[in-house]
Design a protein around this ligand. Structure first.
Ligand code: PBG
Length: 307
C-alpha cells in the first residue's frame, strides 16, 4: 500500500546481439546467459520474450572484421545482414518495438563511433554517415533510433534527415549523458568493437561532470529527442535523478554490460544472490527516476515475474 516504486516488464528494453549466419548461438564469455544470435534464433528469442511480456528490443549487430572499413559502409548497405534481419523482425512481429543503434563503431575498422582522420574524430563529417545509417535503419520499419555516438548536433541532424524522408514517426532515444566508462568492456567483447587506438574521451562525457549532463539534455530536447538516456546507470543514479527533475521528456537509463557482468560473476562465485541483487538494482534505477531501463536482465526479470 505504501510502496513507492513499482517495476514491471513494461519498463524494460532488452538489448540483443545479432550475428550473420544460421543456427548460431554463441555465449559472450564475459556475459553469462547472453548470446550472439543468428537471425533465425533471434526471431525465436523475440517470440519467447514477447510471450513473457517484454515488448521492446535493441538490436546490435556483431560485424566480421573483413566487412569493416574507415567509413562504416556496411552500416547503410541494404543488402547487409543486419538490415535484412531488422526488416524480417518487424514483418514477423509488428507489435514488437524495435530500437537500433546509430554509431560507427561496430562497422568501423578504427573501432570508433566517428570518422577518424590523423588520430582525430571528425564530428561534422561523421554526421553525414550517421544520417545514411539512420535512414537505412528507418527504411526497415524500426521504431526508435538510438544515437550512441555522442557527436555534437547529431540529434537535430538525424531528426531533420528522418523527417525529410518521410520517417516522421521514428522516435529518437538520445544517448544524452553517455559517460566514458570502464563498464562497456563486455559489450565491446560481444561485438568485437573495441577502439583500435586511443579512447573515447573526446566524445563521451567525463564521469566527473553533472552540470554538463543538463546542458546536453537541453540541447537534445531542443534538437527534437523523444527520450533522454543516461548511461551507464548504476554509478550515475544522481544524473538520472537530475534529468528527471529538470526535463519533461521520458528518461531512459542503460544498465550496461559491465553492470550485468559484475552481478553474474559474483553470483557464480557464490558471493551474492544474483537474482535478488538484480531486482534491487533495477528497482533502484527506477527509483532514481528512469521511466525506461535498457537491461540484459530483461528476460530473467520477466521470467521471474511470470513464474
Ligand atoms: C556503441 C555503444 C556502446 C554501448 C552501446 N552502444 C559501447 C561504447 O560506446 O563503447 C555500450 C553498451 C553496454 O556496455 O552494454 N557506441
Amino acid at each position: 500500500m505504501v510502496e513507492e516504486t513499482t517495476l514491471t516488464t513494461n519498463d524494460l528494453i532488452f538489448p540483443l546481439f545479432l550475428v550473420d549466419g544460421r543456427n548460431q548461438k554463441i555465449e559472450v564469455s564475459s556475459m553469462p546467459g547472453i548470446f550472439r544470435l543468428s537471425t533465425d534464433l533471434m526471431l525465436k528469442e523475440i517470440e519467447e520474450c514477447l510471450k513473457l511480456g517484454i515488448r521492446a528490443f535493441d538490436v546490435f549487430p556483431a560485424v566480421e572484421e573483413h566487412h569493416k572499413d574507415k567509413t562504416a559502409t556496411k552500416s547503410y548497405d541494404p543488402g547487409f545482414f543486419y538490415l535484412k534481419t531488422l526488416k524480417e523482425i518487424k514483418k514477423r512481429f509488428p507489435e514488437a518495438c524495435i530500437m537500433t543503434d546509430v554509431a560507427m563503431d561496430p562497422y568501423s575498422s578504427d573501432g570508433h563511433d566517428g570518422l577518424v582522420k590523423d588520430g582525430k574524430i571528425l564530428n561534422d563529417e561523421t554526421l553525414q554517415i550517421l544520417g545514411r545509417m539512420a535512414l537505412a535503419q528507418a527504411e526497415t520499419g524500426i521504431d526508435i533510433i538510438g544515437p550512441s555516438d555522442m557527436m555534437d548536433g547529431r540529434v537535430g541532424f538525424l531528426r531533420n534527415a528522418l523527417d525529410k524522408n518521410g520517417f516522421t514517426e521514428v522516435s529518437i532515444m538520445s544517448y544524452t549523458a553517455k559517460y566514458t566508462s570502464g563498464f562497456y568492456n563486455p559489450f565491446r567483447e560481444a561485438l568485437d568493437s573495441a577502439p583500435k587506438f586511443g579512447d573515447k574521451k573526446t566524445y563521451q562525457m567525463n564521469p566527473a561532470n553533472r552540470r554538463e549532463a543538463l546542458l546536453e539534455a537541453q540541447l537534445d530536447t531542443q534538437e527534437g529527442a523523444d527520450f533522454l538516456m543516461v548511461k551507464p546507470a548504476l554509478a550515475y543514479l544522481d544524473v538520472i535523478r537530475l534529468l528527471k527533475d529538470n526535463c519533461s521528456l521520458p528518461i531512459a537509463a542503460y544498465n550496461v554490460s559491465g553492470e550485468y557482468s559484475m552481478v553474474k560473476a559474483a553470483d557464480q562465485k557464490g558471493w551474492l544472490d544474483g537474482n535478488r541483487v538484480m531486482q534491487e538494482i533495477l528497482l533502484s534505477i527506477k527509483r532514481a527516476g528512469a521511466d525506461v531501463i535498457l537491461t540484459y536482465f530483461a528476460k530473467e526479470f520477466a521470467s521471474n515475474a511470470n513464474s
